[in-house]
Ligand binder design. Sequence first.
Ligand code: HEM
Length: 488
Amino acid sequence: MASASPPPPSTSLTSQKPLSSPPSQLPLRKMPGSYGLPLLGPLADRLDYFWFQGPEKFFKTRIEKYKSTVFRTNIPPAFPFFGDVNPNIVAVLDVKSFSHLFDMDLVDKRDVLIGDFRPSLEFYGGARVGVYLDTTEPKHAKVKGFSMELLKRSSEVWRRELLSNLDNFWGTVESDLSKNDAASYIVPLQRCIFNFLSASLAGVNTSVSPDIAENGWQMIDRWLAVQIVPTTKIGILQPLEEIFLHTWPYPFFLVAGDYKKLYNFVNDNAGEILQLGEEKYGLTREETIHNLLFILGFNAYGGFSVFLPSLIGRIAGDDSGLQERLRSEVRRVCGPGSGSGLNFRTVNEMELVKSVVYETLRISPPVALQFARARKDFKISSHDAVFEVKKDELLCGYQPLVMRDANVFDDPEEFKPDRYIGQTGSELLNYLFWSNGPQTGTPSESNKQCAAKDIVTLTACLIIADLFLRYDNITGSAGSITAVVKAK
Ligand code: HEM
């Protein structure tokens, strides 16, 4: 079975540790960690994870305690109203152990998108949509093939719709800035993302439905929030968050009205895409609609809504001279007088822009947690040791720490805009895992790597390039813009 596993980290990447020791040369170690007493262990870990420590400190303190990046612990949700959810996991927190999550011979991805807890299928009209399917389930190949075709067939529409929606987005930001000291941009950004994805993935311009054009993005926000709230630290007043948000799963009926409207919007207007799902990929019409809504709403809209503020904030907040360097690269490749326009080919020539996108995905991976279940007993290696994993154990990787593995990335805590430039830099792409696979991997029907691995990074490059064709510089953060200086 094909897999997206990267090659083992090699010593040539960094002068630090010898990484290439094959598992056979590493000592076999009893896996450290524990699940604690029944009920109390998971409850204590849940409180640490959400309240006393927060996710990052939760994993960091245990790495220090067990002197290992692989150990057993619990992860929420747990106790008391998640009786059928098993919180026991094996944490994998370095590049080497994490990469076992991509080896489809070793792991099963059935129903583990956000851990052992899977929201009710009512959220997807009763369908087990593609992300919840393992590669051994025949329907996975159909849905994955469908999702990749959506991207392939829409690439020109994608560029055009992105740029025209960015026009609206920056127009709103400028108009807000003319009235206020700062423009909060999350709402206009989400509107822009939703409109462009609807046109490019579903082939429907939201203007056909005034309600969806105005409120579609909020409907998706609510639908997403109700599903993932039991697994997400919000950071509001404790213990209220623990009591009211993390104690039980929220029922679908809270968002049933929103989902019905989105369903009708797709059912009534996305005829061509629905036909594609049915005729070419053998899905039923219902399966096509629910998968399309999931890809559009959860994968694409959810992913970009997290990623783009961190990208814009990173650039707008920089005062190290990075903006000048980006601007000059963008204008050299496709500025006025360059003879080239802004498109996927030209952004692909922008080495610094691409490197900034990769580095943002490394330092702030949009999807923090990844899970997979052991298909069989096997041995998992970290950089220092080998451990035995039992069939059916749930592996859990926390990307923000994995992507700061000092054995692979020099000065891992530092945002280095040029990190991926040149030969040594581009080798690091083997260890950039935001898409549930290496950036050098190829999403396919036989792995679980994000179908949009390439288009996501190219889209981010287009957004940066468009920004520096419009403006000489911008100032702001991951939620607001305080100043823009128009291109002279
Ligand atoms: C910034 C945006 C995005 C991020 C951060 C992101 C991230 C991810 C991640 C981490 C996974 C693996 C989940 C897991 O199994 O653990 C995934 C899967 C997937 N993504 Fe993306 N994604 C993004 C955008 C998109 C877009 C635009 C599409 C549109 C087609 C897409 C389609 C998919 C599909 C279909 C899968 C499931 C793959 C499979 O079942 O084999 N994603 N994505």
